[in-house]
Design a protein around this ligand. Structure first.
Ligand SMILES: NC(=O)c1ccc[n+]([C@@H]2O[C@H](COP(=O)([O-])OP(=O)(O)OC[C@H]3O[C@@H](n4cnc5c(N)ncnc54)[C@H](OP(=O)(O)O)[C@@H]3O)[C@@H](O)[C@H]2O)c1
Length: 297
C-alpha cells in the first residue's frame, strides 16, 4: 500500500473502499404482496452488503468511504467492530447530506452519524454537495466539530474551484480532501492541479467510470492491460494513484476487491500515463455541481 500525507499531517492509504448505497433497483410497491417481496429482497441485499464490507476489511481495506445519505452507517460500524481490528487503524469517512444542510443543524446530524457507526469519532468529515446558499454555513459548523475533536480531518465533495475559493475566503480553512468524479473519460486535470497547489488531495469517485463501455472497449486499454499483465480496472486505479489521486471504488464482490488491491507491485510508465490522460472526453457520468437539483441528491 502507498500512503498519502494530508495537509493536517495525517497519513491515509492511497486506495479507498466505498460500499455506496445498499439498495439498488428497488421499485416502490403499493400492494401488500409487493411490500412483502420488497422486504425479503431488502433483507437478502442487507446480508450480501454486510458480508461484502467484511470481505473488504479482510482483504486489507482500512480507508472506508461513506455518507449519511447511504443510510446504513450502522453496518459499517458493525463490520469494523466484528473485525476485531483496532478502531484507530481505520480511516472512516462520512458525509453531511444535502437534506441536513437545508435543515441547518449539522452538528446534531454528525452526532447521530457517530452514534449509528457506534464509534467515538469520524476520521474524515465531508459535506456531500456544495448546496447553494448553505455549504459555507455547513463548513463553519464542520470546523467547530473538528475543533471539538468529533472528527480528525475535514474534506469537501463535489466542489469546483469557485466553491473552494469561497470557503477559503469566508473561513480561511483549507479542506484536506475534495472528493469529485474523476476517471479517464473525465480526468479533471485543471481541478486536480488547482487542488494540489492549495494542498488539497483529490479523491476520485466513480473512479472506474463504472466500467463504461466507451472506456473498456478501447484498444489502448486492452493493449496496456496486456503490456502490464493487469486488468483494465487495476490499470485505472493505478493511474489515479500515480496522478496523486485517491480512488474510491465500489465493489461488493470479494474477488474484485482483491483484484483492486493488487496494484502495488507495478508502475505505469510516464508515456503510458500520458496515453491514458489523452483519453479524456470531459464526459461526466454523475451530476455537475453547478447544474443540478440538490434537493434530489
Ligand atoms: N461524493 C459523491 O457524490 C459520490 C458519488 C458517487 C460515488 N461516490 C463514492 O464512490 C464510490 C464508487 O463509485 P461508483 O460505484 O459510482 O463507481 P465505480 O467504483 O467506478 O464502479 C463501481 C462498479 O464497478 C464494478 N467493479 C469494481 N471493481 C471491478 C473490477 N475489478 N472489475 C470489474 N468490475 C468492477 C462494481 O461491480 P461489483 O460490485 O459487481 O464488483 C460496480 O458495479 C461509491 O461507492 C461512493 O463511496 C461518491
Amino acid at each position: 500500500m502507498i500512503y498519502f500525507s494530508l495537509n493536517n499531517g495525517q497519513q491515509v492509504p492511497s486506495l479507498c473502499f466505498g460500499p455506496g448505497m445498499l439498495t439498488r433497483g428497488f421499485k416502490y410497491q403499493t400492494s401488500l404482496l409487493g411490500k412483502i417481496k420488497n422486504k425479503i429482497k431488502y433483507k437478502k441485499q442487507e446480508f450480501f452488503y454486510y458480508n461484502a464490507i467484511c470481505d473488504a476489511i479482510d482483504t486489507g481495506y482500512r480507508f472506508i468511504d461513506y455518507s449519511a445519505a447511504y443510510g446504513r452507517e450502522d453496518l459499517i460500524g458493525k463490520a469494523i467492530k466484528e473485525s476485531s481490528i483496532e478502531r484507530h487503524k481505520f480511516i472512516l469517512t462520512t458525509r453531511v447530506t444535502n437534506r441536513t444542510q437545508y435543515d441547518g443543524n449539522i452538528k446534531d446530524a454528525v452526532y447521530r452519524s457517530i452514534e449509528r457507526f457506534g464509534t467515538d469519532y469520524i476520521d474524515l468529515l465531508m459535506f456531500h454537495w456544495p448546496v447553494t446558499g448553505k455549504f459555507v454555513e455547513t463548513w463553519k459548523q464542520m470546523i467547530e466539530l473538528r475543533n471539538e475533536g468529533v472528527c480528525k480531518c475535514l474534506g469537501v465533495s463535489n466542489c469546483h474551484q469557485h466553491h473552494i475559493d469561497l470557503l477559503l475566503f469566508e473561513t480561511g480553512e483549507t479542506p484536506s480532501i475534495n472528493q469529485i468524479e474523476i476517471h479517464p473519460l473525465f480526468n479533471q486535470k485543471t481541478l486536480i492541479e488547482y487542488s494540489r497547489q492549495k494542498g488539497i488531495i483529490c479523491e476520485a469517485y466513480t473512479p472506474l467510470a463504472r466500467l463504461d463501455e466507451r472506456l473498456i472497449r478501447l484498444p489502448l486499454m486492452k493493449k496496456l492491460s496486456l503490456k502490464y499483465g493487469k486488468t483494465i480496472s487495476q490499470l485505472i486505479l493505478r493511474w489515479h494513484i500515480q496522478n496523486g489521486v485517491i480512488p474510491v471504488f465500489r465493489s461488493l464482490n470479494a474477488m474484485r476487491q482483491k483484484e483492486n488491491m493488487n496494484i502495488f507491485d507495478f508502475e505505469i510508465l510516464n508515456e503510458d500515463m500520458q496515453r491514458i490522460d489523452s483519453l479524456n472526453i470531459n464526459s461526466r457520468l454523475r451530476y455537475d455541481p453547478d447544474n443540478c437539483d440538490f434537493t434530489i441528491l
